[in-house]
Design a protein around this ligand. Structure first.
Ligand code: ZN
Length: 104
């Protein structure tokens, strides 16, 4: 990367301990029409691909979203990076909510 590209990037850190050594181990993509119960869900991780219409685990309460599971080398906890479509904006959220694991 050139210097300009480096200035526009930053390293993600663990939401629990601040460690910079994270591995993205699962990516879930949710697509749906506004307020639709079902849509398209594709998940890649754990050496498999899952595809269905479920919106369970979608980080966006009403629209599409992307969720990335990041495993930390420092504390072995999971950090979730979510991109949420909300009212025409794209919101980025980082959490360490372990309950997210249950919903993928
Ligand atoms: Zn950590």
């Amino acid at each position: 990367m050139d210097d300009e590209a480096v200035r526009r990037t930053s390293t993600l850190t663990c939401a629990n301990c601040g460690c910079e050594y994270l591995h993205h181990t699962r990516v879930s993509i949710y697509e749906r029409q506004e307020d639709a119960f079902d849509g398209l869900h594709i998940e890649v991780g754990d050496n498999q691909v899952v595809m269905n219409t479920s919106q369970e685990g979608n980080p966006s309460p009403r629209r599409s979203g992307i969720k990335i599971r990041l495993d930390c080398e420092g504390c072995n906890k999971i950090t979730w990076l979510s991109l949420i479509q909300h009212k025409g904006q794209t919101i980025m959220i980082k959490t360490d909510n372990e309950e997210e694991e249950a919903h993928g």
